[in-house]
Ligand binder design. Structure first.
Ligand SMILES: Nc1ncnc2c1ncn2[C@@H]1O[C@H](COP(=O)(O)OP(=O)(O)OP(=O)(O)O)[C@@H](O)[C@H]1O
Length: 249
């Protein structure tokens, strides 16, 4: 089973420290971990540090995987300038780091990723011609199709309508449950985090100020302190925890 643990991890741009001294419990395959925090808290920077795109102090410990590329990443920006169809772009993402010869299994994985995200009908479209939400789903498919042990997604639902938000998060939940992937997902919608994530990490000014089971992290006290909103958390008729925001303070 894949595991990921951060030990005193920091990251900086030039001389500006952004992420500072982050230590987490050992997360493992099967978990969905929400990465939370206000704008500029350092969520994307932490993803880049985990991916090795940024250097810094501390250790990113990944074990329990034989994959050559155990981590796939869906960035926040999903610009699509290449002249490729959706199908080609997802296949290209699949083939990164694999042998050049496309096998039937690769095509099957492309079909599966497109179908899981309900975008099979877009396969022949040029990615440059898509709407923002369609592009975001293609970007998610490009990450999913790699079948990583660890999947990191930076605000994957920000351009999606409500149905597609819930569908994408449901797909992520299933990937964790059925394929034992470890999913780490940055979210601004704390209601989504309460509903889909097992654990949450709350960043503020580059520091980890809370980490643990989602309902222990997303509390009225922390919401007032970090997000400056008055909010209640109550179960709905189906027993799912809901976030009700009263006002900004
Ligand atoms: N390439 C860069 N060079 C210098 N500073 C950067 C760079 N990218 C981000 N920053 C700064 O690092 C800080 C953290 O940014 P980051 O993108 O990690 O935050 P975030 O939590 O992902 O924010 P958001 O929720 O707004 O996407 C911000 O102050 C930002 O201005």
């Amino acid at each position: 089973m894949v595991t990921l643990q951060l030990n005193h991890v920091s990251a900086r741009y030039g001389r500006h420290p952004i992420v500072q001294d982050i230590t987490t419990p050992c997360f493992q395959g099967g978990q969905v971990v929400a990465l939370l925090g206000p704008n500029a808290a350092g969520k994307s920077t932490l993803f880049r540090r985990i991916l090795g795109l940024l250097k810094g102090e501390g250790e990113v410990a990944i074990s329990g995987t034989n994959a050559e590329r155990p981590v796939a990443y869906m960035p926040q920006e999903t610009g699509a300038k290449a002249v490729l169809t959706v199908y080609e772009s997802v296949l290209l993402a699949r083939m990164q780091g694999r042998s050049l010869k496309v096998q039937a299994a690769d095509l099957a994985q492309v079909d599966r990723a497109l179908s899981e995200l309900n975008i099979s009908a877009l396969g022949e479209r040029d990615i440059g011609d898509l709407s923002g939400g369609q592009r975001q789903l293609v970007s998610a498919a490009q990450a999913l199709v790699q079948e990583p042990d660890i999947l990191m997604l930076d605000e994957p639902t920000s351009a999606l309508d409500l149905n597609r938000q819930i569908n994408l998060l449901g797909v992520l939940r299933r990937l964790a449950d059925e394929r034992n992937m470890l999913i780490m997902v940055a979210l601004h919608d704390l209601g989504h985090a309460l509903r889909f994530a097992d654990a949450a990490m709350m960043l503020e000014n580059g520091r980890l100020i809370a980490c643990g089971p989602t309902a222990d992290v997303i509390t009225p006290t922390l919401l007032r302190q970090v997000y400056r909103v008055e909010a209640r958390i109550e179960p709905c008729s189906k027993g799912r925890l809901q976030l009700i925001v009263e006002e900004a303070v």
